[in-house]
Design a protein around this ligand. Structure first.
Ligand SMILES: [Zn+2]
Ligand SMILES: [Zn+2]
Length: 233
């Protein structure tokens, strides 16, 4: 079974390479050939100069959730850049998700890591990508959150998605929370007591997915859990 999954992934990866060969990369910004995103276009994407509490949106250090904003398990959310409709960043994120663009994930992951520098990564911090449901990851051939996380540090697979949820974008906030209930669990025997964790994803909207991951990790003993995303859509 394991060998067959690996073989399938290998074939999907080869197929993606073949597609990249047939349709050579062009910068999504300026159309220059050779890369999905050239350095000049990447550097022109505006980033957040300050961070905000993801609940009340007041300015806060590194996106820490303020004491008065209750009901969240996540301790904070660091968002690299603003997200606007039809922006280059939105095009990049869509391409990364649906365009089999591994190299684009690497470019954006490195960009994310460059902006996220507040904590010494050697300080016993675990980098955890938000997992996809296995079948979805298999059909896509990769998990974009994991490819981003690889640029931030060594990704740890501490949680898994145990239910294939309906895509969150189609749901109201109340339905999102219901949809996510019991959709993750701990997949590692690693002792998480007092661990600090950075949950990496490409985008978040309400933060419900990150918060649900945080809830599972907190129940397993993790002490500080922060979200890190490219943008909040
Ligand atoms: Zn360009
Ligand atoms: Zn707040």
């Amino acid at each position: 079974m394991y060998i067959s999954v690996c073989y399938d992934r290998h074939m999907i990866r080869l197929f993606h390479r073949f597609l990249e060969f047939l349709f050579p990369r062009r910068c999504l910004g300026c159309k220059k050939s050779g890369t999905f995103l050239c350095r000049a276009c990447l550097e022109a994407i505006p980033t957040h100069k300050t961070q905000h509490c993801p609940v009340c949106l007041r300015e806060s250090l590194l996106g820490k959730i303020c004491e008065t904003c209750s009901g969240w398990t996540l301790d904070g959310l660091f968002v690299v850049a603003p997200y606007s409709q039809k922006s280059l960043l939105q095009t990049c994120i869509k391409t990364m998700k649906y365009g089999a663009a591994h190299s684009l994930c690497r470019i954006l992951g490195a960009w994310m890591a460059n902006h996220w520098t507040p904590i010494d990564l050697s300080d016993d911090i675990l980098i955890v990508p938000v997992p996809l449901y296995p079948l979805r990851e298999k059909s896509r051939g990769y998990n974009q959150a994991e490819l981003l996380a690889r640029q931030v540090g060594q990704p740890q697979h501490l949680i898994r998605r145990i239910r294939n949820t309906v895509p969150q974008a189609q749901l109201s906030r109340k339905d999102r929370l219901e949809n996510l209930k019991n959709s993750f669990d701990i997949s590692s025997k690693r002792d998480l007591l007092n661990k600090k964790i950075i949950l990496v994803d490409d985008v978040c909207s309400t933060g419900a997915t990150l918060n649900e991951c945080a809830r599972v990790l907190r129940a397993a003993g993790a002490r500080k859990i922060w979200g890190l995303v490219l943008a909040r859509g």
